[in-house]
Design a protein around this ligand. Structure first.
Ligand SMILES: [Cu+2]
Length: 233
């Protein structure tokens, strides 16, 4: 059993180490979120490795012989070990809390000159309104400029999510919420509703297009002031 466990463990370790597990990383905020994710994951991996090793060692080393019917030695705890196994998790959880707090604070900061986009969610579409009045069914964003998305829901709770940006935020009727995204990679990604919002929830998808700043400016000026909405309902 120990040999099978070791072989399976080795195979899974190789898959875990060389697999490409996360979606493309396409935002500044996503970089920070991935940092916290991997920090937490590696802490878990280390603890799991220690615990699993101790279990295997104990199973082998302290196995009772078949004719041993005696009671085990009476053990009433061990203050030293208990202090250690309380102190180490305390330190690790504190490290994760501090890293998370710093990342959340920085990810909520849109900086001095963000592009403000009003995002409206309703069963079962997204629409995006730009400062010059242009309304678009897709979320076009310029590369490397922070965008502050103000989310509004017209009917029920929806949730704005672009896996490549990592950021996710609910859109709640009666309340304005916001989320900041600073794209770092040109390309097209899916905008997905991540909150079960009715029969059409699964098709409540749009696209986000990250563009060169000059191309974005040209796109922004094309049929601004509501025409886009008529041409492209
Ligand atoms: Cu929805």
């Amino acid at each position: 059993m120990v040999v099978i466990g070791a072989v399976v463990g080795a195979v899974l370790t190789v898959i875990a180490a060389f697999g490409n597990w996360l979606p493309t990383q396409a935002s500044e905020e996503g970089k920070r979120i991935d940092f916290v994710f991997w920090l937490t994951t590696w802490i878990c991996v280390a603890i799991f490795a220690v615990v699993a090793s101790l279990i295997v060692y104990s199973v082998v080393k302290f196995r009772a012989s078949p004719d041993d019917d005696a009671d085990g030695a009476p053990i009433h705890g061990h203050t030293g070990i208990e202090i250690v196994w309380t102190a180490i998790p305390f330190v690790l959880v504190t490290v994760i809390s501090i890293a998370s707090a710093v990342v959340l604070a920085r990810n909520d900061d849109p900086g001095p000159d963000p592009l403000r986009v009003e995002v409206t969610a309703q069963q079962f579409t997204w629409s995006f309104r730009y400062p010059n009045g242009k309304v678009s069914p897709t979320l076009n964003l310029p590369l490397r400029r922070s965008a502050e998305l103000r989310l509004r829901a017209n009917d029920v709770i929806h949730s704005f999510w672009v896996a490549e940006f990592r950021q996710k935020q609910d859109a709640v009727p009666g309340t304005d919420t916001k989320v900041v995204v600073t794209p770092t990679k040109l390309g097209e990604y899916h905008v997905i509703c991540a909150e079960l919002c009715g029969l059409g929830h699964a098709v409540m998808r749009s696209r986000t297009v990250v563009m060169e700043p000059a191309a974005f400016e040209r796109w922004l000026e094309e049929d601004a002031e509501g025409e886009a909405a008529e041409d492209n309902p």
